[in-house]
Design a protein around this ligand. Sequence first.
Ligand code: UDP
Length: 253
Amino acid sequence: MTKIKEGIPTVSVFGVPVCKWGMKDTVAHLADAVAGKVPHHVITANPIMMMAAIENPEYKAMMQTAELIVADGTGLVWAAQKGGDPVAERVPGYELLHELMKQGERRGWKVYLLGSAPDVVKETARRLALQYPGTTIAGYRDGYFGPDQDPKVIDEIVKAAPDLLFVARGADTQEPWIAKYKDVLRVPVMMGVGGSFDVISGRTKRAPMAFRKLRLEWLYRLLKEPTRFRRMLALPKFAVRVLREKENLTKMG
Ligand code: UDP
């Protein structure tokens, strides 16, 4: 059953409210958030994060505090459809990042990049500034720091006062980190982007078009990085869960 949460139509997938909008509406909403300076923690969810939510109540509660959760993974789009309440389309995090940069280009937004290795985030900042000269890269720093450094990192971001904050630190770290500090950060768009800086900087390649067309990006990544195998078991596990509980998966709180 579709619910409207703060003006956003959502479908609950195992108790996680997933936005039903496609890319265009999502970007329009976030552009309004920037104009009105309304802080949003945006989660681009995939089956790995959904399994984390199913298995860990704390992770699920954290996800439920996000202002906007979009369906990044094909598996999540499929789950909503199986549950009888489909979302419009996939909203891939990597593409959403670029769509937001395009908006920023037209509107002169400030952007802060946090995460990945020092050389990767530096090169990402350089390339994004070249590709979107209408934006300002208000600051950047790598993602290898412990909780003791949080106050300093947050202070830097608050001083930079960006419109967009992209955090690239891996899903198990970046989302709880944003959730914990969003009330201090108060950036209109705070979004975890996982391995995106590695791709933007040229450190890793996106899956070739053939894999993307067949929706097999996960297989390409698995072939390139076999150590991802254990994490990837979340995909079939999630699929089994969806099929087993499809009658009530959209009714769970
Ligand atoms: N990363 C980071 N700090 C950390 C761990 C990871 O900045 O403590 C960065 C890493 O360099 C990479 C990104 O987070 O650019 C995503 O890492 P990974 O692919 O391991 O995470 P996933 O997206 O698979 O959860």
